[in-house]
Design a protein around this ligand. Structure first.
Ligand code: PEP
Ligand code: MN
Length: 353
């Protein structure tokens, strides 16, 4: 079975972050089945939670509900598998497809264990990008699955964790899926705006950008009562909000564009993404400057320390030289950034405490 719908774009994979109970799974799947863009119903059974004592999923019990949804509603179903035992359960219950989560893609050992469990089967696998921006790990996982299953292996872009990020839960860093597509042009590429955004406000914009980049489809977390969801409540939408989001997308045919237009827009998207990261980094730097201002005020220190400024210039000039950036340009950038940091710290000093 192919991940992509024929002649329809985008192909959508929708369903709750987690399967919570049989009624919720059936109610959501029934609603979603009405939408012609939706090819797969998704629901997580084993949830990789950052800290313990939050909802960790219903586990293998949910596998029964998922195979019932497949059989009774006739909608293909997929779930996340994170180890060989999950893979065996997915095979045993005849699930239509599986995906590999971002926390699993980072580990070649885990990926290989799961690939071995799927060896000789025709299970289709969708591979999410790793948590951090490492194209090699993403490509490597796709290669491991391609040589284990005869089913389709596709890529799923869900953004990258980034400690300076404020706007997104996971920075999209569009240059990475673009890099993946240029290495593996025949692999279907989907986008998961839900885990990129972490909220519902930006979903439409991120989904549109994925379409403008020529991606094949979208995975969107959908819940009948998002505010009551047991995981990822803030980023889930209802089936009718999902239908609206899909209707609102403008799908441009890449056939009509000339190749050079497409290349240019891919480069522009990469540039936008880098500028967005630059802004986030600058904002993070100013936050640190503010904290330094508070510290200096408390300790009765001056804002300007000439020795430190000289050291900043010396180290940064060396770093930038190694990166092939012009000295004159970097010095100008550093001066402006330093000026703004001094201003931020002076504002802190002048605040009444
Ligand atoms: C999910 O799809 O619910 C999930 C846990 O995703 P990710 O691996 O992208 O964090
Ligand atoms: Mn989720």
């Amino acid at each position: 079975m192919s991940f992509k719908l024929e002649n329809i774009r985008p192909t959508v994979i929708a369903g709750p972050c987690s399967a919570e109970n049989r009624d919720q799974v059936f109610a959501t799947a029934k609603e979603l089945k009405k939408n012609k863009n939706i090819k797969y119903f998704r629901a997580g059974l084993w949830k990789p939670r950052t800290r313990p004592n939050s909802f960790e999923g219903v586990g293998s019990m949910g596998m029964v509900w998922l195979s019932e949804v497949q059989a009774e509603l006739g909608i293909p179903v997929m779930t996340e598998i994170a180890n060989a035992e999950h893979a065996e359960l997915a095979l045993k219950h005849g699930l239509d497809a599986v995906w590999i989560g971002a926390r699993t893609t980072v580990s070649p050992f885990s990926v290989q264990n799961i690939a071995d469990a799927l060896k000789g089967t025709s299970m289709p696998v969708m591979v999410k990008n790793p948590m951090h921006a490492d194209l090699g790990l993403w490509l490597g996982a796709i290669e491991r699955f391609s040589s284990s299953t005869s089913g389709e292996v596709a890529a799923l872009h869900r953004g990258f964790s980034n400690f300076t990020q404020q706007k997104y839960r996971n920075a999209p860093m569009w240059e990475l899926p673009i890099g993946l597509k240029s290495e593996l042009p025949d692999v279907s590429l989907f986008c998961d705006p839900s885990h990129i955004c972490g909220n519902t406000e930006l979903l439409g914009l991120v989904a549109q950008k994925a379409m403008d980049l020529g991606m094949d489809g979208l995975m969107l977390e959908t819940h009948t009562l998002p505010e009551q969801a047991l995981s990822d409540a803030s980023q889930q939408i209802t089936p009718s909000q999902l239908a609206e989001l899909i209707d609102g997308l403008e799908i441009r045919s890449s056939l009509k564009d000339s190749t050079s237009d497409r290349d240019l827009s891919a480069l522009r998207i990469q540039m936008d993404s880098i500028d967005e990261q630059l802004m986030e980094l600058l904002s993070g730097r100013m936050d640190i400057a503010k904290q330094m201002g508070v510290f200096k005020k408390e300790e009765g220190l001056t804002v300007l320390h000439l020795e430190r400024w000289r050291e900043i210039v010396r180290t940064r000039m060396n770093w930038s030289k190694e990166l092939g950036l012009s000295e004159e340009f970097i010095l100008r950038v550093l001066e402006q950034v330093h000026k703004e940091s001094i201003k931020v710290q002076t504002d802190v000093m002048n605040q009444d405490s």
